[in-house]
Design a protein around this ligand. Structure first.
Ligand code: NAD
Ligand code: ZN
Ligand code: ZN
Length: 346
């Protein structure tokens, strides 16, 4: 089968031919319909793979949707042909966090060597993929797999982040979204459909700001040296109840620290290496700063239900599997609007 792999540091991903995997006991083989391209893959190729000792070659893709192709021995509860999405942050299934569906914070994943697909285990940008347990499948029903697949990360991750701040996002409040890419353009929509907050979105190009406006941002701003002062003006000097940073680079983290209000929430989702010093006088009084990872199984089910009710619609640009390397080039260049989605089976 064809798969898109990262083979060596300093190289671009390549399309390769590898044997089609067989599902072992308890596993499920999926025929992939769609797989999303996340900026984290670029960070993986630029260094995280080496830092975390991921084995190469690595089949990329941690946002996957497909149909059940074969069930391993002992698997029940899904039928061959059933359309499903993959819950990516795989855990052990048994620890206290996993028991609550919070497999993204599994207490034993590192010790047991459990890695998410595309982030250590073979990923979703391939004609077929193995899912280690039916626990990690969510039925898609009649949702369009191509428009839905990014919700498994670009939807789930912002949803988890926003949920923490919902009590603060009352009418009259402000939410700031830094970076309106794959995750950010979904975050803007979730803030609109789940809260009454005014949403201010920032990015570095007019195209991204245009998308932000289209998906519901009340105000859009170029993310430059003036941005923090403009946000202060827009909020009457108070700042924002919640700031979500979907770039996580130094310039956005700096803005996040300056535009949050007293007792505000600062959530750094992007993994761009930006650092926000926290200490008395360095962030607004009693601001809370967090850097979350992905989301829970229960939240993924909620996100898909939000999509069913029309509360979120991912803007996708599709690529055949052979053009996945070009999708990564475009993502790196910042010219993907919304989410790039690979169609592994055409
Ligand atoms: P993306 O490339 O689609 O979007 C990033 C956006 O940030 C782009 O629109 C880009 O123009 C914008 N940007 C870059 N510099 C900026 C600046 N100085 N000011 C404002 N905007 C700026 O990437 P994505 O796939 O949406 O991922 C976003 C980030 O979140 C990445 O760092 C990714 O690795 C990370 N991520 C983290 C998690 C997690 O669990 N914490 C999950 C998924 C992705
Ligand atoms: Zn991701
Ligand atoms: Zn666990």
């Amino acid at each position: 089968m064809k798969a898109v792999q990262f083979t060596a540091p300093g190289t671009e991903p390549v399309v390769v031919d590898i044997p089609q995997p067989e599902p072992g006991p308890g596993e499920v083989l999926l025929r992939m319909t769609a797989a999303g391209v996340c900026h984290s893959d670029i960070a993986v190729m630029d260094g995280i793979a080496a830092e975390m000792g991921m084995r190469l070659p690595l089949t990329l893709g941690h946002e996957g949707a497909g149909t059940v192709a074969r069930l391993g021995d002992g698997v029940a509860g899904f039928e061959v042909g059933e359309p499903v999405a993959v819950y990516g942050p795989w855990g052990c299934g048994a620890c206290a966090k996993c028991a609550e569906g919070r497999e993204n914070y599994c207490l034993r994943a590192a010790e047991l060597g459990i890695q998410p697909p595309g982030l250590g285990a073979p990923g979703a940008i391939a004609e077929y993929m193995i899912v280690d347990d039916v626990r990690h499948l969510v039925p898609l029903g009649d949702l369009d797999p191509v428009r839905t697949v990014p919700l498994t990360d670009a939807g789930l991750t912002p949803y988890h982040a926003i949920k923490r701040s919902l009590p603060k996002l009352v009418p009259g409040s402000t939410a700031v979204v830094l970076g309106v890419g794959g995750l950010g353009h979904v975050a803007v929509q979730m803030l609109r459909s789940l809260t009454a907050a005014r949403v201010i979105a920032l990015d570095v190009t007019e195209e991204k700001l245009e998308l932000a406006r289209r998906v519901g941002a009340h105000e859009v701003l170029l993310s430059d040296g003036e941005a923090a002062a403009r946000i202060a003006d827009l909020t009457g000097g108070r700042g924002a109840e919640a700031v979500f940073d979907f770039a996580g680079v130094q310039p956005t983290v700096d803005i996040a620290g300056r535009v949050a209000m007293v007792e505000g929430d600062i959530t750094i989702v992007g993994i761009g290496g930006g650092v926000l010093p926290v200490g008395f006088g360095l962030v607004p009084y009693e601001a809370s700063v967090t850097a979350p990872y992905w989301g829970t199984r229960g939240e993924l089910i909620e996100v898909l239900d939000l999509a069913r009710s029309g509360g979120v619609e991912v803007h996708v640009e599709t690529f055949p599997l052979d053009e996945a390397p070009e999708a990564y080039r475009r993502l790196r260049a910042g010219t993907v609007n919304g989410r790039a989605v690979i169609l592994p089976n055409g």
